[in-house]
Ligand binder design. Structure first.
Ligand code: HPA
Length: 299
């Protein structure tokens, strides 16, 4: 019993220290991280890309690339999720300087919201003006099929928290950032044009984020549908909020990996999600590249 109490206390202490350490990260404290990245690559990325489960293939097309494992970057959170590589890749994609996260971290892994969104802060500090966020999602909209790609045009934050809670660093953004156009209207149009060029069917939808890691219940999915959600996932929303806070314009693409809970009688499994993603990876790569190609070559 004593041993258990001690272990329990130790874990709590470690957690508190970690949380305090990370929540102290603000615009003054990213210097170390930026210096470490700067030592490996001299690129000034214009676009930041976050590659979700099974979507890491986009990074394979980055030219003149430098890949830095997350563990070699100070303060960078490590991925623990299956299907996430855990490397930061800098280089050019379609002639545009980019920085890509091959694998993201999730709130359900036990990271604080500050940690989950720390990479987006670094993107902003690196001068990124555009965030392309990708993810695997469950399809709530009854018209969606696994393998469909969806341009996210709005979200519902159902994670029970917000990455901007805490002291606001005015250097990064305002206390109460507007979220009316959290998903840039021009980028949605550019994604639609890119999809047309690539002959990819692209839907538009509202993404709802739950914390996970348990999948939703059928009742939660019915609730989410009634609330106006088309897609469900466990990521993206924190990153998009922080990007908006920093004035970074966002394009987000979801890949429908599976039918959300209760739509079919089968149970959900992570394997089903990964299989669904494997089917869509190729069109996700083509869509992302075509979108980046459509961007003006100079800011
Ligand atoms: N629910 C939540 N997150 C997900 C799902 C889902 O059905 N599929 C892929 N990510």
């Amino acid at each position: 019993m004593t041993v258990f109490t001690h272990a329990h206390e130790l874990i709590r202490t470690i957690k508190e220290v970690t949380e305090e350490g990370i929540s102290m990260i603000n615009s003054e404290k990213t210097t170390e991280t930026l210096a470490a990245i700067g030592r490996r690559s001299s690129i000034n990325p214009r676009v930041g890309i976050i590659l979700g489960s099974g979507l890491g293939a986009v990074a394979d097309h980055i030219e003149n690339s430098v890949a830095i494992p997350y563990e070699e970057i100070p303060y960078w959170p490590r991925t623990t999720a299956v299907g996430h590589a855990g490397r930061l890749v800098l280089g050019t994609l379609e002639g545009v300087p980019v920085v890509a996260m091959q694998g993201r971290v999730h709130y359900y892994e036990g990271y604080s919201m500050d940690e989950v969104t720390f990479p987006v802060r670094i993107f902003g500090e690196l001068g990124v003006g555009t965030l392309v966020a990708t993810n695997a999602a469950g399809g709530i909209n009854l018209g969606y099929r696994p393998g469909d790609l969806v341009a996210v045009y709005d979200h519902i934050n159902h994670m029970g928290t917000n990455p901007l809670i805490g002291t606001n660093d005015e250097k990064w953004g305002s206390r109460f950032p507007d979220m009316t156009y959290a998903y840039d209207r021009e980028y949605i149009e550019a994604l639609e044009n890119a999809a047309r060029d690539e002959k990819i069917v692209l839907r538009k939808g509202v993404y709802i984020a739950f914390s996970g890691p348990s999948y939703e219940t059928p009742a939660e999915i019915r609730m989410a549908r009634a609330m106006g959600a088309d897609l469900v996932g466990m990521s993206t929303v924190p990153e998009v909020i922080v990007a908006n806070h920093m004035g970074i314009r966002v394009a987000a693409i979801s890949c429908v990996a599976n039918y959300a809970a209760g739509i079919k009688s089968e149970k959900l499994s992570h394997q089903e999600v990964l299989d669904g993603m494997a089917r869509a990876a190729d069109s996700m790569v083509r869509l992302t590249r075509a979108f980046i190609r459509s961007m003006p070559k100079r800011a």
